[in-house]
Design a protein around this ligand. Structure first.
Ligand SMILES: [Zn+2]
Length: 291
């Protein structure tokens, strides 16, 4: 565990922002520290790459990916189908070579869907179990790192992945080198400036400490783009996330209660409040090379 003192984007000293806990798994307490220049929040203390594995070791976290055990998982599964369609529509809106790299492809549902819609797919997933599942599902070799990759992908996606990555600057620079000149890097992230984040405070499920090492806002992503020679072409909402995140957050506040109606109301309310400033619970940033 290491205390974080300065911003990973600009080096500025960090200030206390919020205390929260690992509500999903261990109950351990963590601080969120803010850079007042970039607006990036940092989880502190931060587990190293070996220590972090035990924070993922829970059946509940796996249900994020596969099982249909309860209403939350059921909702998640049906929404995921719709989300797959929306993601495909987005990548199809960028004409060019239909080549895609999904960085952190998990169990491969998105890539499998892309492949069935005529995309040439490449996946990277560091987790051994997920990578094996993805490889079986897609029928392609899935890489454990991008270091051995070459090529010029037209689209690279990171769906709720960058917040788990230790070195976002280095990672984006590497991915930039793997894009064609008109390529798009699509990064989906929770937005701690969303109305649902403000409403739930330390119980906001989008913090998900310590698995989320960093917490982004539009300002923080702009700084990250600037630092890596990229530019933000578009910022798009992920409206379902407000409902899902509200549901988890309600469960963290009132364990054992039946918070579904309340969560749906909060999700709806968050999306309504977010529309004018495009400050949704999760945002999709579409980055291009700043040539
Ligand atoms: Zn900073």
């Amino acid at each position: 565990m290491k205390d974080i003192q300065s911003c990973i984007i600009c080096g500025t000293s960090l200030n206390s922002y919020l205390s929260t806990s690992d509500y999903f798994n261990t109950g351990e307490k963590f601080e969120l520290k803010k850079c007042d220049t970039c607006r990036l929040l940092h989880t502190s203390p931060v587990p190293d790459s070996v220590e972090i594995s035990r924070y993922y070791e829970t059946e509940a976290y796996l249900s994020h990916h596969s099982a249909k055990k309860n209403l939350i998982s059921l909702l998640y599964t049906s929404v995921r189908k719709l989300t797959l369609k929306n993601k495909l529509r987005l990548i199809n809106s960028y004409p060019g070579n239909k080549t895609i790299l999904d960085y952190g492809c998990g169990t491969g549902d998105f890539l499998s869907y892309c492949k069935s819609h005529n995309w040439a797919v490449t996946g990277m997933e560091p987790d051994n179990d997920a990578r094996k599942l993805a490889s079986d599902k897609i029928g392609e070799h899935i890489h454990s790192t991008v270091n051995d990759l070459e090529g010029a992908f037209h689209v690279i996606t990171m769906w709720h992945v960058l917040e788990h990555v230790y070195d976002p600057i280095d990672t984006i620079k590497k991915l930039k080198d793997l894009m064609d000149s008109d390529g798009r890097l699509i990064i989906a992230l929770p937005n701690y400036k969303s109305p649902d984040a403000r409403y739930y405070g330390p119980h906001w499920a989008g913090y998900d400490v310590p698995r989320h090492l960093y917490h982004f806002s539009k300002e923080a992503v702009s700084q990250l783009a600037l630092k890596t020679g990229m530019k933000i072409a578009e910022t798009l909402p992920m409206k379902f996330d407000a409902y899902y995140v509200s549901l988890l957050s309600e469960k963290y506040i009132r364990p054992g209660e039946f918070p579904y109606l309340r969560a749906m109301r909060q999700g709806w309310s968050s999306n309504r409040k977010a529309s004018s400033a495009n400050n949704y619970s999760s945002l999709i940033y579409v980055l291009q090379k700043n040539l």
